[in-house]
Design a protein around this ligand. Structure first.
Ligand code: MN
Length: 216
């Protein structure tokens, strides 16, 4: 096969003690922890979670994460991420669903799609994956400059991972290479240029990165 131009390399993320995971689509679940729904001003915590996507171009593994343009209110959302292989979940890791909250809020007001608030370049930070089934219980935490901002429990998900995969499966056919961000606990808040972020989920490789300065 010849191409009009050199195709970009397939994006992949490291897996502890195994070969790299090739990234396909990125499914994201919103509003899957009741406390976070409430902090965002919502009430109906039993509603079907929001389902949205980010492109593979959103994935970054750090350690330096470019501060995105066009926002004055970038937020962190720490999330359990499940990685899909040929026979279901093959690995999992710690991810950050970076969100341009001001642009997302404007999109919500207009009743429009969330892409400019969610799907931007380097807007999905992902730590190393651990092979095997994803954890279903344990602490999920995020600190900024050493101060704990998010401190939740995986078992507080409104819908657990199998339920989320079934929900996605109603609308899409999950395929090897897909990643699933499973929603964030409460405590989301702003990130500034230069902030150091440390995130962790019990039993999974920790994720640390630093936000770079804004581009001039
Ligand atoms: Mn999220």
């Amino acid at each position: 096969m010849s191409y009009l131009f050199e195709p970009p390399a397939l994006l992949s993320v490291p897996v502890e003690g195994a070969a790299a995971f090739p990234v396909g689509r990125i499914f994201c679940i919103g509003q899957n922890y009741a406390e976070h729904v409430r902090e965002m001003g919502g009430a109906d915590t039993r509603a079907e979670p929001v389902l949205f996507m980010k492109p593979p171009s959103a994935i970054t593994t750090g350690p330096d994460v470019p501060y995105p343009p066009a926002t004055a209110d970038l937020h962190h959302e720490v999330e359990l991420v499940a990685a899909i292989g040929p026979d279901g979940v093959v690995a999992s890791g710690v991810g950050i669903d970076l969100t341009r909250r001001d642009l997302q809020a404007a999109a919500k007001t207009r009743g429009g799609p969330w892409e400019i608030g969610k799907a931007f370049d380097n807007g999905a930070v992902l730590g190393a994956l651990k092979p095997g089934p994803a954890p279903s219980a344990g602490a999920i935490q995020l600190s900024v400059n050493g101060t704990v901002r998010q401190d939740g429990r995986l078992e507080d998900m409104t819908r657990n991972l199998p339920a989320l995969l079934a929900l996605i499966g109603k609308y899409f056919t999950l395929a090897p290479g897909d990643l699933v961000f499973t929603g964030t606990p409460s405590g989301v808040g702003p990130l500034l240029p230069g902030d150091a972020v440390d995130a962790g989920i019990d039993g999974l490789p920790p994720l640390s990165f630093r936000m770079t300065d804004r581009k001039a």
